[in-house]
Design a protein around this ligand. Structure first.
Ligand SMILES: CC(C)(CO)C(=O)C(=O)O
Length: 414
C-alpha cells in the first residue's frame, strides 16, 4: 500500500511520522509538498526524516518519500487575509511523478483543500480514499460541489475531528504539545452500494454496537472486494493501527458532533488569540473574554439546534412507513449544549495555555486565515436557518479588518 499525505505542516508532519513509524517498510508513505518546500526537501535525499518534539525530547522518523505536488503558493492578497486563488491547473509532469493515489490524507489549511483536490484530481479515481483532516467545517461540501459533483466519479471520503495540540517549529518539525485523539467517520456511499456501518446498525443492543472493517471490505473472501473497498479498509486500518495517532473509527454522525464541538473551540480561541496577539491562556483571563466565549457557545447551540431539526425533518421525509419500523428522531446531542461546549473551551484553553493558536500564527505571519471555515461556517449556517450570529460575525469581520491594515501584525511586535 502507498499512502500520500498532502499539507506537511504541523498536523501533516505528525500524521506522516506516525504512519511511517507503524507501517511495515514494504508500504510507502509519501509526503507531498508545495513547490517552495519541495525546493527545500529536494536538497535532502528521499527518506529524509521528520521530527516530532514531545515534552522537550526530539523523536525522528526516516524512510519517507518526498515529492512536490504543484505550483508555489500564490501571494496572499494583503487586503483581507483571504487566500488568493491558487493555481489549480493540472501539471502533467507532476501528475506523472506522483502516479495513481489510493489513499490521500489531506492535512492542509481548510481554504487550500479545494485547490489541492483539483490539482490532484487526475491522480485520484473513484477507487481512492480521501481523508479530510483539517480545522473547521464546510470543506467537504465545497469539494463535492466543485470537484466531484457526480456521485458516480466520487472517491470515498473520511471526515475527521482532531484534538491533538500541535504546532510547527520549522520545516518537517512539529511540537506535540497536548495529546488528544483523532475520530474518523466514513461518509456514507452516495449511491447506497454498501453500508459501511452495517454491523453497528444491526446490533440488537446499543452496548453491543461495533463498527467492523469487514463491512468495508472482506479481504479473506475468495473473491476479494474491489479496489474501492480495499483502499478504504486499508486506509482506516493504517490510521487505527498507528498508536501515536490515538485514532478511533466512529459512526459518521458521532464524528459530525465531535467536529461541531471542535469548531466552537476554534471559533472562540483562534480569532480572539489572533486579535489580541496572546497565547491560548490569555483568551479567558478577563470577564470580557469569558463573556465572549459564553456568547459564541450560545450562538453555536442555536445554529446546531436548527441544523438538527432540519436534518430530522429530512430523515422523516425519507422514512418509509411501509418498512414497519416506527420513525424515532434522535434527540439533540447533549454535547452541543452551550454550557457543555463552554466547559470544553475552558478545558482546551487550560491544556494549551502556553501555545499560540494556528490563527495567531497566521495573522502574525500575514498568511491567509481559516476564519471562513470557523466563525464563517457558523455565520453561513445561521443565515441558512434564519438566525443571526452577531458575535461570530463580529469576530470574523475583525479578523478580516486586521488583515486590511498594512503591517498591523508587525506593529504590535515592535
Ligand atoms: C485548539 C487550538 C486552539 C490549539 O491551539 C487549535 O486547534 C488551533 O490552534 O488551531
Amino acid at each position: 500500500m502507498r499512502i500520500h499525505v498532502v499539507g506537511i505542516g504541523a498536523v501533516g508532519n505528525f500524521v506522516a511520522f506516525h504512519l511511517r513509524k507503524s507501517l511495515h517498510p514494504r508500504h510507502s508513505v509519501v509526503a507531498l509538498h508545495r513547490s517552495e518546500t519541495a525546493k527545500l526537501i529536494s536538497d535532502l535525499p528521499n527518506g529524509a526524516p521528520l521530527s516530532i518534539e514531545r515534552d522537550g525530547t526530539l523523536f525522528s522518523q526516516d524512510g519517507l518519500i518526498h515529492l512536490p505536488y504543484g505550483e508555489p503558493r500564490n501571494r496572499v492578497r494583503r487586503s483581507d487575509f483571504a487566500p488568493a486563488s491558487m493555481d489549480a491547473r493540472d501539471d502533467p509532469a507532476v501528475r506523472q511523478t506522483i502516479g495513481p493515489i489510493d489513499s490521500l490524507i489531506v492535512t492542509s489549511k481548510a481554504f487550500a483543500v479545494r485547490t489541492i483536490m483539483r490539482k490532484l484530481r487526475h491522480n485520484l479515481s473513484r477507487d481512492s480514499t480521501i481523508v479530510l483532516l483539517h480545522n473547521g467545517m464546510g470543506v467537504y461540501e465545497t469539494v463535492i460541489e466543485d470537484v466531484y459533483p457526480d456521485p458516480n466519479d466520487r472517491p470515498n471520503f473520511v471526515l475527521c475531528s482532531n484534538t491533538h495540540g500541535l504546532y510547527s517549529k520549522g520545516p518537517l518539525h512539529s511540537v506535540h504539545s497536548a495529546v488528544g485523539d483523532i475520530k474518523l467517520g466514513i461518509v456514507p456511499d452516495p449511491l447506497g452500494r454498501r453500508n459501511y456501518e452495517a454491523s453497528y446498525a444491526a446490533a440488537s443492543r446499543p452496548a453491543d454496537a461495533r463498527l467492523s472493517l469487514d463491512d468495508l471490505a472482506n479481504v479473506s473472501s475468495e473473491q476479494p472486494d474491489g479496489a474501492r473497498y480495499v483502499n478504504l479498509r486499508n486506509t482506516i486500518a493504517a490510521l487505527l493501527h498507528a498508536p501515536g495517532l490515538c485514532a478511533t473509527w466512529e459512526p459518521v454522525t458521532d464524528v459530525h458532533i465531535a467536529m461541531r464541538r471542535k469548531l466552537v473551540v476554534n471559533a472562540f480561541v483562534n480569532p480572539v488569540s489572533a486579535l489580541l496577539q496572546c497565547n491560548n491562556g490569555g483568551v479567558l483571563k478577563s470577564q470580557y473574554g469569558r463573556a465572549t466565549a459564553d456568547r459564541i457557545c450560545r450562538e453555536a447551540e442555536h445554529v446546531f439546534r436548527r441544523q438538527w431539526s432540519a436534518e430530522v425533518n429530512e430523515q422523516m421525509l425519507a422514512h418509509n412507513p411501509e418498512s414497519g419500523a416506527e420513525f424515532q428522531p434522535a434527540p439533540f446531542p447533549r454535547e452541543l449544549n452551550a454550557q457543555i461546549m463552554r466547559r470544553e473551551i475552558q478545558r482546551v484553553v487550560e491544556l494549551t495555555k502556553n501555545n499560540y493558536s494556528s490563527m495567531y500564527m497566521d495573522v502574525k505571519l500575514r498568511r491567509p486565515t481559516e476564519i471562513d471555515f470557523l466563525n464563517g461556517y457558523l455565520v453561513r449556517m445561521g443565515y441558512r436557518h434564519k438566525y443571526r450570529t452577531i458575535m461570530n460575525m463580529s469576530l470574523m469581520h475583525l479578523i478580516k479588518m486586521r488583515g486590511a491594515i498594512p503591517h498591523a501584525a508587525h506593529a504590535v511586535q515592535s
